[in-house]
Design a protein around this ligand. Structure first.
Ligand code: 5GP
Ligand code: ZN
Length: 112
């Protein structure tokens, strides 16, 4: 827990969010500025700066399992996108690792 980290605050419950799933290791909540009909962020409770800093395979698997569960729960398991921005060049704006789960519309490629 890092007190100044927004996503740690969401994990702690000190900043409100629309949580769609949570377990011992992970939390999934709706993005405040959705880019698709379903846009959920999946984070570990543990503060880790980005995907590039994740060294715990079990934790990464837990994050992916949560994405899988939320995709089922949201009814988008037939087609969705998961993405994790790393660093400023990729547009990462919150330095607590997160996966974006996007679905409910046709996706284009390449992403911007
Ligand atoms: P990034 O740009 O780091 O890949 O993604 C950060 C995401 O967090 C953005 O999509 C942004 O809309 C979302 N976000 C920023 N502040 C908040 C907030 O206070 N609550 C929620 N639910 N999402 C947020
Ligand atoms: Zn954090």
């Amino acid at each position: 827990m890092t007190t100044e980290c927004l996503f740690c605050q969401i994990a702690e419950g000190t900043t409100p969010s629309d949580i769609v799933y949570q377990d011992n290791a992970t939390i999934a909540f709706r993005d405040i500025n959705p880019q698709a009909p379903t846009h959920v962020l999946i984070i570990p409770r543990e503060h880790i700066e980005s995907f590039h800093h994740v060294r715990d395979a079990q934790l990464w698997y837990a994050i992916l399992q949560t994405a899988h569960k939320v995709a089922e729960q949201e009814g988008i398991s037939g087609g969705y996108r998961i993405v994790s921005n790393v660093g400023t060049a990729a547009g990462q704006s919150v330095e607590h690792v997160h996966i974006h789960l996007l679905g409910g519309r046709q996706m284009s490629w390449p992403p911007g």
